[in-house]
Design a protein around this ligand. Sequence first.
Ligand code: C2E
Ligand code: CA
Ligand code: CA
Length: 656
Amino acid sequence: MWRRHRQRRQGARSSASLFATYAVAGLVPIAALGAVLIRGVQQDAARQGIDQGRSQAAVIAEMAVAPALGNAGRLDEGLTADQRRHLQEATDLALFHGSVVRMRVRTFAGQVVYADDGSTAGGISTADPAFRAASTGDTAVDVVDYPDAPGGRAIRALQPVVASATGESVGVLELYLPDQAIAARLHREIVQTYWRLGGVLGGIYLVLGLIAWSTTRSLRRYAAQQEHEALHDGLTGLPNREEFRNRAAHALAAGRRDGTGGAVVLVDLNRFKEVNDTLGHHAGDELLQVVAHRLLPGLRSGDTLARLGGDEFALIMPGLEAADVLPRMNRLREELTREAVIEGVPLNVEASFGVALYPEHGSDVEELLQRADAAMYQSKRGAIDVVLYDGGGVATPTQWLVVQAELRHALQRDELFLVYQPKVDLADGAINGVEALVRWQHPERGLLPPSEFLPAAELSGVIEPLTAWVLRRAAEDQVRWLAEGRPWVVSVNISARNLETPGFAGFVADLLAEHGLPPELMLLEVTETALAGDAETAAQAVRDLAARGIGISVDDFGMGYTSLSQLRGMPIAEIKIDRAFVSDLLTDSESRAIVRSVIELAHGLGSKVTAEGVEVPEMADWLTTAGCDKAQGYLYSRPVAWRDIQRTYVAEGVIR
Ligand code: C2E
Ligand code: CA
Ligand code: CA
């Protein structure tokens, strides 16, 4: 998850550098194209210069030199005065001004017969390929260095001198034309071309750039959208679990830095599945959106509400004072639990809130979520909607979830079984009852004691089918004992949650009736803590059970905070003194004092007293003397399978 997230971030960031890469990469072919084109333009310009020199030379030769020479024969004998004068005139013509740097008329042997500056020597060597070309009738034009020319360069043309009368080649005309004007013009043209080229290429580059820019922009937008989708819940638009972790980690780090705390809250809807099942997923979706809408306005800036999945929401509230947590949560809950009309059906929205505080309950997100989860489960279990984590160390929720799921299967596959531990009458040593204790023959983990799976079962709904299974199995076994003439009272352990389930008393009564068992033969053991505290529902259930003739036994007495007077008014059939006091009896006078007073007070309330965990005869003796009614423990028997009970005692000779 994390890695995927990081890659996405990098993706978004790299779109800027992607654009830069596009820009640079686009520049390379554009620059290469520019270089090629410019080189072509330059070559073109050079060729144009030469062409222009060539035509200019041809014009001069035809229009000025040939007519001046007139009817000349070979030039070897030099020029006539007439010819010289004509040539001089021609070279003096305005046409020539500035357009010719030097002009020589030479014989094929190279002798200068006329030069516009009057000299009789100079010119290029007759061995020069240009001279030879001209003497054989071709024209050779080159751009050469020429100090006399403006700019030090000239276009040199060598071409045959043709007498206009005969049309015959009579010598060689050596012409130097100024390159500067042509060069300047060409330069202007080249510069113009550069500009145009630059403009066009720049345009192309711009277009490419725009394409690249818009591509990278949409890529970036796509990446951002992907990132948003990956971190948010599609239905409510809230941050999802991953984003919640990010933000929570952030808030925790900030809290550590500033020395401040805050709260992590899990909110889980109650009976959401029912909405989904009865009204359809559409309605479920709508309800989730309503929940998001109702929770959001109650947040402070800096708080985050996320949907972790299903009907589970989470809050991170940095800087929330511990004292403000519960009032604020209660306000949120009130807002949330207003009636909602979903697809025309009015619904009571109910939710369980589990709160963990940081830094008190944990320093990392995972730990805090687990604790908030534990509190939330506790809230689900009890009647309280908002539960603050109280530090009780229970198995982690993930383990619970596994256990819960497996337990449901275990019930279907009959992997659970009951063992029974006898309860002995201290007065005569006879068995007068048995306590049913559940075991799980786990296919992989082997035989599991109740401590391995009951906490998870109690914190989830699984305890209900489990208790129902235990009650049914115990009733079936009891029917067989009765048939064998042993009217033992069977004790079954039940959880606080069972007492909170509406109709529980009726369920037990029906079960007993179904098996033809008298209710007095069933004792339900409930731990002291389940009856204590805010337990009006539990107390009512106890009264309902008693009204149906089913006895209640207060288990593990002495371990909780109940005083016997709190039990006054409740129809309690039996008090079981916790093992811890019994095991200390022989060594600790305080324990002895407690046990003595418990026995006395219980009798005062009309309850019988059973001592648990009696392991040695001295304990049994002391308890008998103290007036305890019954005892249970390894001294008499460990919990055993149904058919082993009688055999065990007879064999050991403990029980009469
Ligand atoms: P509990 O109701 O206090 O049950 C007595 C426990 O003490 C049993 O442990 C039993 O094996 C053990 N014990 C009995 N005699 C002695 C003794 O002399 N010395 C010592 N050291 N221990 C003795 P077990 O079976 O592991 O049960 C643990 C707890 O699990 C039970 O405590 C009860 O609270 C719960 N439990 C067991 N079966 C069920 C069930 O079917 N439903 C519910 N809701 N809870 C159950
Ligand atoms: Ca018990
Ligand atoms: Ca007990």
